[in-house]
Design a protein around this ligand. Sequence first.
Ligand code: BES
Ligand code: MN
Ligand code: ZN
Length: 498
Amino acid sequence: MTLSVELIGPGELDGEVSVAAAFATSGEGEAPPELIMATSEPAAARGVPVALDPAECAREGFRAKVGQVLRLSSASGRVLVIGLGGRDELEPERWRRGAAAVVRAGGEGGTAAVFVPPDAPGAALAEGALLASYRFDAYRSKPAPAVLDRLAFVTDRPDELREGFARGVAEAGAVMFARDLVNTPPSDLDPSEFARRVEERLVAQPGTTVEVWDEQRVATERLGGLETVARGSSQPPRVVMARYTPEHPAEVDGRVPHVVLVGKGITFDSGGLSLKTADGMMTMKTDMSGAAIVMAALSACAACDVPIRVSAIAMVTENMPGPNAVKPGDVFRARNGATIEVLNTDAEGRLVLADGLSLAAELEPEAIIDVATLTGAQVVALGRGIGALFGNDQALKDALEAVARIEGEPLWQLPLPEEYADHIDSEVADMKNMGRPGEAGSIAAAMLLSRFVGDVPWAHLDIAGPARSPESSGYLTKGGTAFGVRTLIEYVRTRASA
Ligand code: BES
Ligand code: MN
Ligand code: ZN
């Protein structure tokens, strides 16, 4: 069962409520936590106290840290108090994590009534609750433990939160679409099935068209990188090109801005002839996250009627060591005419993205943003909570970094130093597909990508670490996270109002 969320006024709370919840903030210094209450009368009827008892908080160790839960018992049923942290806590991220905590502590089945103040951020509440409820049960005979059936946010003036709330529901829907694609086993999500599912979702969106290129088209379009990686697989590659044209376009400097998103779509990365270890392969169905993320972001932009143009290009193939596979030492020609020597077939992402970025640059957009689970070195540098951000345009990088922080999908800028350009010098071709072993691997990969965008403002998100969560916590569920979907949507929205 999936959770249904709603936003209602105090008089609209009907039916049985299995758990009531309210939020609290940490007190300044040694001061005890304080309840944030607005809708006191119906909340009181459900057992929510008017104020917290400092002695009880101290006894329970409740300091209203973000996502911390205090369970109270009352004559009218179960009551949860959810911490939102102090004033210095990141907005609106703490509301996402607070809403997620309600879902995680709310129990199985039933209805939760969550009392929120009239200035709460509606989008964050919807996102936190829905994303925390996400489960991937498609392959289980018996579904995993259920979540709440229904979660009603109760507030005095629901209309003020309505627009944000609807946007949060749409964004969470897009994230869950991408998570499903990532979590689907690789044999059930080969390149053509990826394309089919994206088409199926996008035909329903206003102003959106999808074009799928098959292997013949890949050849006639001279997509040498995609073709080279696909050679080792029995599954043919696909390019998915989605375009969204707004019904009500907004002009910025006399033009309707156009943002092109490009995603790495390796539906399974075995490493190819430079075969990965068994351990290294175990999570490699995740390697199409970038492709899923850009398509999900475009679908939400369309659903939310953003007033600028958005295109998304997914470069989709398996990376396998079949009899026809590319060999270390092979050289191929990419779409833009450059030649690349393949010294490690496991560095395949940059090869397919090279062509994807060329296609993007040919569209002459205002900005290109690519998303990829590109390098193990990214995980070493920044771990699972932070993505690496590269690019050729400081304003674009700064804008993305700022948006990502607010979305709770933090990005950290890494450099593309000219001095490292020779890391990818080849003895026989224009460049090689790996840098120096053990040195700046994420930079070497990004450096190669930078040679395919011409002079279009471009940013590259290496999300190898954050694309998967090793555990279910907060609004992440173990497995694919679709990290970056919400940042891309918000970036496009800010671009429209700039
Ligand atoms: N898909 C991997 C990167 C990756 C590793 C993502 C771990 C998530 C977790 C990528 O295709 C890859 O294998 N990169 C190589 C490049 C190297 C051979 C130059 C890597 O990082 O080891
Ligand atoms: Mn690889
Ligand atoms: Zn890969």
